[in-house]
Ligand binder design. Structure first.
Ligand SMILES: *[C@@H]1O[C@H](CO)[C@@H](O)[C@H](O)[C@H]1NC(C)=O
Ligand SMILES: *[C@@H]1O[C@H](CO)[C@@H](O)[C@H](O)[C@H]1NC(C)=O
Ligand SMILES: *[C@@H]1O[C@H](CO)[C@@H](O)[C@H](O)[C@H]1NC(C)=O
Ligand SMILES: *[C@@H]1O[C@H](CO)[C@@H](O)[C@H](O)[C@H]1NC(C)=O
Ligand SMILES: *[C@@H]1O[C@H](CO)[C@@H](O)[C@H](O)[C@H]1NC(C)=O
Ligand SMILES: *[C@@H]1O[C@H](CO)[C@@H](O)[C@H](O)[C@H]1NC(C)=O
Length: 653
């Protein structure tokens, strides 16, 4: 869609802006429609940028990763701001520690980078609910990413907090931020609400002023730009290697007949899902397309330059329900742990053909250490720890309540009821409306019965006497981050049936597992008793613990490592109370989890807590986790079809 009127208007205002700003400050960053480029301080400018998400990298490693990016020849970085990472509960903001966005921007500035900021409010990013806070779902029919009044109120409140922090970092104000994205790939969303985009534009302008370049990003197809582009916002596109670069940019030219060519997400790799092949993107294909993009004089952002890690519960999911794993390695030029790769050096060689690359080697790959095997023992089953885990006790409800009803957003909740009739013969326990979001671990009187799983397994057979206790531990595996199903409620979101009867009279336990783990409660005075085993070799969901000390006499320890789960099936793991994320080697492709060194201690034993949901290997003798120095992210083979494909978000629809 072309906007000749808008172009003229912008052209006029940018000419005026040069005149105005030059009096006040020497720093300007604008779109030069005449010369089809950006203009920085009045001179033609092109950026070669890389994506790095501060929310996926521990703060202690920000400098290392940024320096490696700088030494590759990039002159800009791009980052998202995940709203739900900063406003976990309404009006309770966190901008400290790993969430210290201003510190991250300052470091980028100090290292010599410009910054392309993508503050959302929606970000996609394979991040929990695309960055939107789950508490928005309190209004259960809210239309997210639209003019819905409650949504807009929350956005206004959030942006009223975030954007004033951003303003001093704008290029015009002496900071690194050259451009700010409004929304994210809005053209891929069903709502197509121009009033919403107009509202955001006004909101951003009211906080950031009239000079900053605001832009949008959409798939490189006129179909996406139709609802994604808006007059007054510079339209850019995203596309991966392997396709026809000229053709891809022609989609942008349709919306922006003049101005700089911009690929805001040039895919260096691709995302993974549990149970699918690990994505690998050939480095030569990346180099070839990057070369073509740069040869056209276009601006480019490499997505990702370093992917990092979905620690804790921060992964998102696609639909039909397919959650992303803990690693967000992305097959990027820097690995999840910041290691230099062949792809890194090849990309640097391509960039060198077009601009100066700083002299000297990049900071070296950080060493990894194999601390070896650690013996684990059972601490407590979830059911036997309920008094600790559920501070306020259960809520009684005839029918099941969701996570949002219970004011819990992440992790696990326990649903308990009694068998209303004798089930001495296998009797189907079912979720006819596919309402187990996302996985339910079922026991009867402590005996594991099976697992219900969203979109995959809607019925299992159970046995037990009338009056037996039925426990369903429900795991939230991450909210959908893309498409029209982002209103992703968790827990038992519809009724369960036993045979033909609807189950009722539930006790619902909200579980504060992270708090209890970080306080070390499981370790105090508890000794493991054996879990019940079942013919299917399932074990009751339970916590396991083990400790290890950093060896003395070896210089430069602690170092980064990877934790491996031989014969464990699926669960969550913490070290010294830090939630490393989900492990699921039984499904893959990710097998090991990245353990950054800064969570390890040399002055005390390091405590590992594992919540195993399916089957712990501890019944059959040895039961260990193991620290190794090499990651395994591709337990399933790489996907040959991905190598020559032009990626686009349509792949995920
Ligand atoms: C804020 O976030 C940091 C980094 O994740 C965390 O260490 C800290 O405990 C959080 N503060 C609050 C009040 O939750
Ligand atoms: C790429 O697309 C352009 C414009 O659509 C076309 O002219 C050109 O022939 C294509 N190049 C190749 C190699 O297919
Ligand atoms: C449940 O048991 C019935 C009867 O034994 C059997 O026909 C059915 O296949 C079982 N269903 C599942 C999901 O195992
Ligand atoms: C469960 O079924 C009852 C009775 O039909 C209904 O009122 C209730 O809304 C249902 N609950 C859920 C969570 O679907
Ligand atoms: C691990 O747990 C033990 C026993 O509770 C405690 O003494 C030790 O300080 C803990 N280690 C860390 C690093 O917190
Ligand atoms: C998995 O990745 C490793 C390291 O990149 C590689 O050596 C190995 O060949 C890969 N295995 C498969 C099955 O793709």
């Amino acid at each position: 869609m072309a906007f000749p009127g808008g172009v003229l208007l912008l052209l006029l205002s940018s000419v005026l802006a040069i005149g105005n700003v030059k009096l006040a400050s020497s720093s300007t960053f604008e779109i030069d429609y005449k010369n089809d480029c950006f203009a920085k301080d009045g001179k033609p400018f092109r950026y070669v940028s890389g994506s790095i998400h501060y929310s996926r990298i521990p703060r202690v490693y920000w400098v290392d990763r940024l320096q490696k990016m700088y030494m590759a020849g990039l002159n800009a970085i791009q980052t998202y701001v995940p709203w739900n990472y900063h406003e976990a509960l309404p009006k309770q903001y966190n901008f400290t520690g790993d969430r210290d966005l201003e510190h991250f921007l300052q470091l980028a500035h100090d290292i010599g980078f410009l910054v392309i900021l993508r503050p959302g409010p929606y970000i996609c990013a394979e991040w929990e609910m695309g960055g939107l806070p789950a508490w928005l779902l309190k209004k259960n029919d809210i239309v997210l990413r639209s003019s819905d009044a409650d949504y807009i109120n929350a956005v206004d409140q959030w942006m009223g907090t975030l954007l004033p922090k951003i303003k001093p970092f704008l290029y015009q104000n002496g900071g690194p931020i050259i451009t700010v994205q409004v929304e994210n790939e809005y053209g891929s969303y069903f709502a197509c609400d121009y009033n919403y985009l107009r509202h955001l534009t006004k909101l951003f302008r009211s906080h950031l002023g009239d000079e900053v370049v605001l832009f949008t990003t959409d798939g490189a197809d006129q179909g996406y730009l139709k609802c994604g582009a808006l007059q007054g916002l510079y339209a850019t596109v995203d596309f991966g290697p392997g396709g026809n670069v000229t053709k891809a940019f022609s989609a942008q030219r349709h919306a922006e007949p003049r101005g700089p060519l911009v690929n805001s997400e040039f895919y260096t790799g691709w995302l993974d899902h549990w149970g699918e092949h690990h994505s690998v993107v050939n480095k030569d294909a990346v180099a070839k397309s990057l070369n073509e993009i740069l040869a056209l004089g276009a601006n480019v952002n490499l997505y990702m330059f370093i992917g990092g890690t979905n620690f804790g519960y921060w992964n998102g999911a696609n639909s039909p329900y397919a959650p992303q794993p803990t690693s967000y390695d992305y097959d990027a030029p820097l690995t999840e742990a910041g290691d230099l790769t062949d792809k890194y050096f090849l990309i640097r060689d391509v960039i060198r053909m077009y601009k100066n690359v700083p002299d000297g080697p990049p900071p070296p790959t950080t060493p990894k250490f194999a601390y070896g095997a650690v013996k684990m023992k059972m601490l407590k089953t979830v059911a036997s720890a309920l008094d600790m885990l559920s501070f306020s006790g259960p809520v009684k409800s005839i029918y099941p309540l969701t996570f949002i009803d219970m004011k819990q957003h992440f992790g696990f909740m326990l649903y308990r009821t009694k068998l209303p009739k004798d089930c001495s013969k296998p009797t189907p326990l079912s979720s006819p409306l596919n309402g187990v979001h996302d996985r339910g671990y079922v026991t009867v009187d402590g005996v594991p019965q099976g697992i219900l799983e969203r979109d995959k397994c809607l019925s299992i057979n159970i046995t037990g006497a009338a009056g037996s206790e039925v426990d369903i531990l429900v795991e939230n595996m991450g909210r959908i981050n893309y498409g029209k199903y982002i209103n992703d409620f968790k827990g038992l979101v519809s009724n369960l049936t036993l045979g033909s009867d609807t189950l009722s009279n539930w006790l619902i336990y909200s579980l504060s597992i992270d708090e209890v783990v970080s306080k070390g409660f499981f370790w105090k005075g508890s000794h493991g008793r054996n879990v019940f085993s079942h013919s299917a070799k399932l074990t009751t969901p339970a916590f396991y613990g083990g400790s290890f000390s950093i060896p003395s006499g070896i210089p430069d320890l602690p170092q980064d490592t990877y934790i491996h789960f031989p014969d464990w099936r699926k669960g969550q793991v913490w070290i010294n109370g830090f939630n490393l994320g989900r492990y699921w080697p039984a499904r893959g492709p990710q097998v090991t989890l990245y353990v950054p060194a800064h969570i390890l201690r040399t002055d005390a034993p390091n405590n590992i807590t594992v919540l195993e949901l399916v089957s712990a290997p501890c019944d059959s003798g040895t039961c260990t986790v193991e620290f190794v120095d090499t990651p395994i992210l591709n337990a399933t083979v790489s996907h040959p079809a991905l190598k020559h494909k032009m990626f686009d978000k349509g792949d995920l629809a």
